[in-house]
Write a protein that binds this ligand. Structure first.
Ligand code: CUA
Length: 350
């Protein structure tokens, strides 16, 4: 039934864990409305014939509907709409909540291409390799205008905005190559802003990742003399470390837990910080990025608003690298404390 409807509606294969959820709701809505609109149409045609005017001067009788019929007309459709809302909301929560332990991949959109970077490994333009059966979280941003990351086979679509991170996750369930499109008109090359997701068997993926790491030239971490040369980094963390040094971050931020002009970066990621406004926030990727772009927006209580903005001074991939570097700064006690738990609580509904 699922396969039949998928073909009837010309939908691409269902290659992610939530593709079937999205499709099932889609089928449910489409079948219900198809049945009901057909019934209404048939009734109208039947009435045209059955109650046609048979002679001159014939008058339409006055008919009163019963309260019961009226209640049915109101509450049956309403019940369907509420049911769709409930299913849709449950699915929405599922597909906007990355499961703990997801593999992170940074996605950068720019006119007119997609770039992907793995925190511990390589980056690539145009090809995103992922393992089958493991959740992948995409942290996405744009370098110029608004784009939208769209993988029809995964039923995944999310806007990608400049100066801000959006996130989405998926778990690929079928090996293969799937098209990535841009779903937000972004200029002359919008229609050619394509990429590909390659879903690999987990063992193959691990091997590929190992090869990539082995093949990458390694720059000694934090060695400022290498900055003049073409910048090749073994991974985002070491790139972040070099950048932080060259941008002067360490004049105010320590990485050993000591408080200085600004909050320490040690164990900063995932921490709940109390702001000067009394509000509490979670130091996630979005907050760390915002604090580089607009430091005064959410001041941590007890600090002065003295940090300059790095808007325009750091490119999106550089910001991502610094965020990854901050994420890597874990003290023993925090890294080993299981009670701290993941940033994202599991909310899988299936
Ligand atoms: Cu990018 Cu359309």
């Amino acid at each position: 039934m699922n396969e039949f409807l998928r073909r009837m509606l010309f939908l691409p294969p269902q290659a992610s864990s939530y593709a079937t959820l999205v499709d099932h709701l889609h089928f449910f809505v489409i079948l219900t409305t198809l049945v009901m609109s057909t019934a209404v149409g048939m009734t109208a045609i039947f009435f045209f014939v059955r109650y046609r005017r048979r002679h001159e001067g014939q008058r339409t009788p006055h008919v009163e509907t019963s309260k019961v019929a009226e209640a049915l007309f109101i509450f049956v459709p309403l019940a369907f709409f509420l049911l769709w809302f409930a299913i849709g909301f449950r699915d929405y929560v599922y597909l906007s909540t990355p499961p703990p332990g997801s593999m992170d991949v940074y996605v950068m959109g720019k006119q007119w291409m997609w770039k992907f970077a793995y925190p511990e490994g390589p980056s690539s333009a145009g090809v995103l390799r992922v393992p089958m059966g493991r959740p992948v979280r995409l942290l996405m941003t744009s370098r110029d205008v608004i784009h939208s990351f769209y993988v029809p086979a995964f039923r995944l679509k999310k806007d990608v905005l400049p100066g801000r991170y959006t996130e989405i996750w998926f778990e690929a369930t079928k090996e293969g190559r799937y098209e990535v499109l841009c779903a937000e008109y972004c200029g002359a090359g919008h229609s050619v802003m394509r990429a590909e997701v390659v879903v690999m068997r987990p063992a193959e993926f691990d091997e590929w990742m190992r090869d990539q790491k082995r093949g990458l030239p390694v720059v000694q971490d934090g060695e400022p003399t290498r900055l003049e040369r073409p910048q090749v980094y073994s991974n985002m963390v070491s790139q972040g470390r070099v950048l932080s040094a060259s941008q002067g971050c360490f004049k105010c931020h320590t990485i050993d837990g000591a408080q200085h002009v600004g909050p320490t970066w040690l164990d900063l990621y995932g921490k709940r910080e109390r702001l000067a406004s009394g509000q509490e926030i979670l130091a996630d990727e979005a907050y760390l990025t915002e604090s580089m772009m607009d430091p005064g927006a959410k001041m941590v209580a007890g600090y002065q608003n003295v940090m300059p903005s790095y808007q325009g001074r750091l490119a999106a991939p550089e910001v991502a690298a610094i965020v990854e570097y901050i994420k890597s700064l874990r003290s023993e006690s925090v890294a080993n404390a299981p009670s701290k738990g993941p940033l994202y609580e599991p909310a899988r509904t299936q």
